[in-house]
Design a protein around this ligand. Structure first.
Ligand code: CUA
Length: 318
């Protein structure tokens, strides 16, 4: 039964996930047993003590010592077991080992940004080593988000003005999806990311500053398309002309865009670059009909990456 049950849950990808699942299985088991006892006896009483003839008198039963003793002690013991067991698993989830590697997480509308000790920053992709405890120190740039990694069974709110933490130890190499589990605005459902668990040697290469271990497409346009997904642009900007939180990228290249103050700006290399690094907050730089909500990507996108994104946008003809 345990395996059938396990198949219904997300993969067990962290150290604590197995402990969590066993406790959850126990809770479900206890609930099923009590459901059968309560609903079963209810149905049985319904039939056994039904009115057999009109005006039938019923006896007056006051109490039953043996039954009352059982229904007080058994649930009390069960609840204490659940408390102690839950406490043990909770402590494991909360207390990170001293040796844990710290990664800073910043949530913002609507992307996840990760900062490492080597000064690197990644967006939408968290690189972690396998079999080493990692602690995430998280904060928000704007509103409350929630960092949720179902495969690792960890979740915590990400709150502006304070730091919250989670930690985990990934079992093996692979990729897992990060969700935002707190409604944080229009593109909340698209505020996703990936955890990439890499081998120790890949981790060391990454630490030494040789870049994220990711295949780079040969063409600039394809690379730009990959960045469009990885950097989270897709959350606000469509590529099919549908109006999102920001303007669609389709066919904007070479257009005279109307700004909030009624002026026009030519969408060219410089405008795209400026909009990525210093998103419009003044009316003469903000496209008409859109709110000034884009976070700055200054320092988060390398020059070559900017070129790739520009090539990608340029390629999206009307
Ligand atoms: Cu961030 Cu929902």
């Amino acid at each position: 039964m345990e395996t059938a049950f396990a198949q219904m849950l997300p993969p067990v990808a962290s150290d604590v996930a197995g402990n969590w699942d066993t406790l959850f299985l126990f809770l479900v088991g206890v609930s099923v047993v009590f459901f059968v006892i309560v609903v079963g006896s209810m149905l049985w009483f319904l039939i056994k003590y039904r009115e057999k003839e009109p005006g039938q008198k019923v006896g007056n039963i006051v109490h039953n010592d043996k039954l009352e003793f059982l229904w007080i002690t058994i649930p009390t013991i069960l609840v204490m077991i659940i408390f102690a067991w839950g406490w043990i698993v909770y402590k494991r989830m909360v207390d990170a080992p001293e040796s844990a590697y710290d990664i800073k997480v910043i949530g913002k509308q609507w992307l996840w940004q990760f900062q490492y000790d080597n000064g690197k920053t990644t967006i939408g992709e968290l690189i972690v080593p396998e079999k080493i405890p990692v602690r995430l120190i998280m904060t928000s740039d704007d509103v409350i988000h929630s960092f949720f990694l179902p495969d690792f069974r960890i979740k915590n709110d990400v709150v502006p003005g304070m730091y919250t933490k989670v930690w985990f130890q990934a079992n093996e190499q692979g990729e897992h999806t990060i969700f935002c589990a707190e409604y944080c605005g229009n593109a909340h459902s698209k505020m996703m990311g990936t955890v990439k668990v890499v081998s120790l040697s890949e981790w060391e290469t990454f630490q030494k500053g040789k870049g994220a271990p990711k295949e780079r497409p040969a063409s600039l346009v394809e690379w730009g398309q990959q960045l469009y997904t990885d950097k989270g642009c897709f959350a606000c900007h469509s590529v099919d002309g549908v109006k999102g939180i920001g303007p669609s990228f389709k066919g904007i290249w070479g257009k005279q865009e109307e700004m909030s103050d009624g002026s026009h700006i030519l969408v060219d290399e410089n405008y795209v670059r400026e909009s990525i690094e210093y998103p419009g907050t003044t009316k003469d730089k903000l496209v008409k009909g859109f709110p000034p909500v884009m976070p700055t990507f200054k320092g988060l996108i390398a020059e070559e990456e900017l070129n790739a994104l520009i090539a990608f946008i340029k390629n999206l003809k009307e």
